[in-house]
Design a protein around this ligand. Structure first.
Ligand code: TXA
Ligand code: MG
Length: 315
């Protein structure tokens, strides 16, 4: 439980242009008043995030959307009806009230209504939409507990609202409506299959470091500092080195590894997603020479998991 006095202080901090870390169903966010350019600048500063990487604006209900965007095409409307509140961010043409720093100068803003009571209550109490990236330093693994946030930011961040571990564990799915056909910019908590069931075929943004469609598509991202490879092969491991294994299900060659993280003993992709980032952090803290991550099937949430693993592996 979050003490009411702390919660009220958090809402006031947002109103006054400060930063607050808060839980969502995906990962912990680092929030500021989305309509206050100076407050939002604080997010980029503390994260060490390049200014070309735009932020998602969080609202308490779909009613907050018309304040931020000019138009909502009907497929976007259908996705909202089906998946909000939830782990889905929609990229739509912004109104002038959204500061350029939020969208990194783009004419569109990403908006989502989170399915976490604390997140929505904070937005309501603050009385403003909240711009929030994941509460980690740029390029690092996203936080799924309040402790992860404190480990990264320590005293730099006065308020971290702790509501326990995040339920979903991977970030929201980002879908753009800039083109007539919806485009998947980032796989996440709502699966591509679920989205296509509602709006039909969705195009998929290429990973492109030169001209990324979504700046968050930079290939190296979500990365532990220990080198990581994604492989389903029985790799030869130098005996003098210590390797860790990240695997969906228990492995039969576990004895070769100095540390093992099983993402889902019960074989559930949902459970695997919710364990992914914490497992990566534990392996990263285990003083290993390298991490071998076993691929998971690229269906459903497996797509988001593989996306994060590939980025963690990119050098
Ligand atoms: O689950 C989530 O989405 C979490 C929680 C806190 O809500 N937030 C999150 O934010 O993951 P962040 O900043 O770590 O990732 C935002 C992603 C990036 O890939 C960014 O490039 C993309 O959304 N994005 C944001 N605004 C955009 C825009 N206007 N156009 C295209 N892509 C955008
Ligand atoms: Mg992030």
């Amino acid at each position: 439980m979050i003490p009411d006095s702390l919660f009220q202080r958090a809402a006031q901090t947002i109103r006054e242009g400060g930063l607050v870390s808060f839980p969502t169903e995906t990962v912990y966010g680092l929030g500021a008043n989305a309509l206050d350019a100076a407050a939002v600048a604080g997010i980029f500063e503390i994260k060490g995030r390049p200014r070309f990487d735009p932020l998602i604006v969080h609202i308490a209900s779909s009613e907050g959307l018309s304040q931020l965007v000019i138009a909502v095409p009907s497929p976007a409307r259908e996705l909202i009806r089906r998946f909000w509140p939830g782990p889905l961010s929609l990229v739509l043409p912004k109104r002038p009230v959204v500061p350029d720093i939020v969208t990194a100068g783009l004419a569109q803003v990403a908006v989502r209504c989170p399915a976490h009571d604390v997140a929505r209550a904070l937005i309501e109490a603050a009385g403003v939409p909240i711009a929030a990236p994941s509460a980690n330093r740029f390029g690092c693994v996203s936080p799924t507990t309040a402790d992860h946030v404190r480990e990264q930011f320590g005293d730099q961040l006065e308020i971290v609202l702790d509501a326990g571990p995040c339920d979903i564990g991977v970030e929201s799915t980002v879908v753009s409506f800039v083109e007539p056909q919806p485009m998947l910019l980032r796989p996440g908590g709502v699966t591509l299959e679920e989205i296509e069931r509602v709006v039909g075929p969705v195009s998929i943004a290429p990973t492109d470091d030169v001209q990324p469609v979504s700046p968050g598509q930079l290939s190296r991202h979500y990365a532990p500092s220990t080198p990581l490879v994604v492989s389903d092969q029985r790799l030869t491991l130098p005996p003098s080195k210590r390797y860790g294994l990240l695997t969906f299900q228990p492995a039969d060659d576990g004895e070769r590894f100095a540390a093992i993280e099983v993402l889902s003993p019960s074989g559930s992709m949902r459970e695997a997603a919710s364990n992914l980032f914490a497992a990566l952090r534990r392996l990263d803290a285990a003083n290993l020479d390298g991490i071998v991550a076993r691929p998971v099937p690229e269906v459903g949430l497996g797509r988001a998991i593989m996306d994060r693993l590939r980025r963690a592996a990119a050098r």
